[in-house]
Design a protein around this ligand. Structure first.
Ligand SMILES: NC(=O)c1ccc[n+]([C@@H]2O[C@H](COP(=O)([O-])OP(=O)(O)OC[C@H]3O[C@@H](n4cnc5c(N)ncnc54)[C@H](OP(=O)(O)O)[C@@H]3O)[C@@H](O)[C@H]2O)c1
Length: 372
């Protein structure tokens, strides 16, 4: 039996009934005979089966949800659309919520109501969901207090909403594969991605030169300038690297021992071309949806190694405390103006426009962040 809950948030009617709310108003409504603290009704982006995100997602009204004694009900403020969110909806991501599901993985909100046993949070606190999480594309999220992480209210909400998936991956990849020292270099493709922009800045903070590859597209000159302002040592479009000895372009920068690949196909081959003998290429994404192919000579004569990175695997290995420490570090860099990346905030009412942009249907676009 649920314990009686105390409402400490903005006044909420303590409901005398508990409605069994699923994702559709068509579904059954049951009645319990005891009091329960309830969230407000929520507006959510849900999908009932996997498929093309622009056709399987819809925005629905969800019925109020019970807030148990250790739960927080959080009014969401912002949540991004990341490529992995799209992959989850498509059903191609190895770990994904069971359908029907609410979309979204990371986000920021404000504590709205706390359960009766909650002592460490109060209404008005700014919180993010610590990973692994799910279901952030909705106006109110109810989850157990242990999954919420309190942050400073000074943090701009678009950064608070996006600090985990991409910045944390950039940080881990710089630390986990090759020991890098000041003066060393790294090479990466997909440098305009949020991960790529973070790698540029986190590398520069460590005195590491970044060699960056971007695709040829309208606006690539502006993209180069943006990356240089963030601290990129070199930025090349793929077509500029259509030459035998790409290393001749490295004006005094040492050959990199590690490269990061989030594109695949020919772009991954360009990363390999820059690596020094015995170097490692870490693949963490496949934006072109093309496979990585490696010449036999790369293995025999250059002794290159190929590795993979998956944040979710790293998070799965009992890293909760370390993860929160790193999130705080990354947020401190944001507050100090040392970590920034391009984003576009879009109102929740225009969710499907933001989704089309995130799907690349409207050309190259900055990271889409939903504002609730
Ligand atoms: N393994 C992990 O744990 C992990 C963690 C975080 C992210 N990731 C992966 O990292 C990648 C980047 O994520 P993000 O959120 O940082 O990206 P993002 O900010 O959403 O930006 C998308 C990036 O992909 C590029 N792109 C889009 N379509 C492309 C195509 N057809 N061919 C080549 N490039 C294309 C874009 O280039 P333009 O600027 O030219 O449009 C841009 O650089 C994704 O694959 C994501 O799944 C993996």
């Amino acid at each position: 039996m649920a314990a009686a809950a105390i409402v400490r948030g903005p006044s909420q009617q303590v409901s005398r009934i508990w409605r069994f709310a699923k994702f559709s108003n068509r579904q059954s409504v049951g009645i319990r005979a005891y009091s329960a603290l309830m969230s407000p009704p929520s507006k959510a982006v849900v999908y009932e089966h996997h498929g093309a995100p622009d056709s399987v997602t819809r925005v629905i009204e969800r019925l109020p949800e019970e807030i148990k004694e250790n739960d927080l009900c959080v009014k969401m403020l912002a949540s991004p659309i990341n490529p992995s969110d799209i992959n989850r909806i498509e059903g191609v991501y190895p770990i994904r919520p069971q359908v029907p599901a609410v979309g979204g993985y990371e986000g920021v909100g404000e504590v709205y109501i706390v359960g009766s046993a909650v002592r460490d949070f109060a209404p008005g606190d700014r919180v993010i969901l610590s990973p692994p999480s799910s279901g952030t594309w909705q106006t109110f999220v109810v989850k157990e207090q242990s999954v919420w992480h309190k942050i400073s209210k000074d943090t701009p909400i678009e950064y608070a909403a996006t600090i985990i998936v991409n910045p944390l991956s950039a940080l881990r990849m710089l630390e986990d594969f090759v020991s890098l020292n000041s003066g060393d270099s790294i090479v990466q493709n997909g440098a305009t991605s949020t991960v790529g922009q973070c790698i540029v800045q986190l590398a520069q903070l460590r005195g590491i030169h970044s060699i960056n590859i971007i695709r040829d597209r309208p606006g690539s000159d502006e993209a180069k300038e943006t990356l240089k302002k963030l601290g990129a040592a070199e930025v090349f479009t793929e077509s500029q690297l259509n030459l035998k000895n790409v290393k001749s372009l490295l004006d005094g920068i040492p050959e990199p021992a590690v490269g990061f690949n989030c594109v695949g196909g020919d772009s991954a081959s360009l990363v390999l071309k820059f690596l020094r003998h015995g170097g490692t290429m870490v693949t963490y994404g496949g934006m072109s949806k093309k496979p990585v192919s490696v010449s036999t000579s790369s293995f025999i004569f250059k002794d290159l190694s190929l590795r993979g990175f998956w944040l979710q695997k790293w998070l799965g290995s009992d890293k909760a405390t370390e993860c929160r420490r790193m999130i705080d570090y990354l947020l401190s860099l944001v507050l100090e103006g040392k970590l920034k990346y391009e984003m576009e905030m879009t109102s929740f009412d225009d969710f499907h426009i933001a989704l089309d942009k995130a799907l690349g249907k409207l050309g190259s676009q900055p990271k889409q962040v939903i504002r609730f």
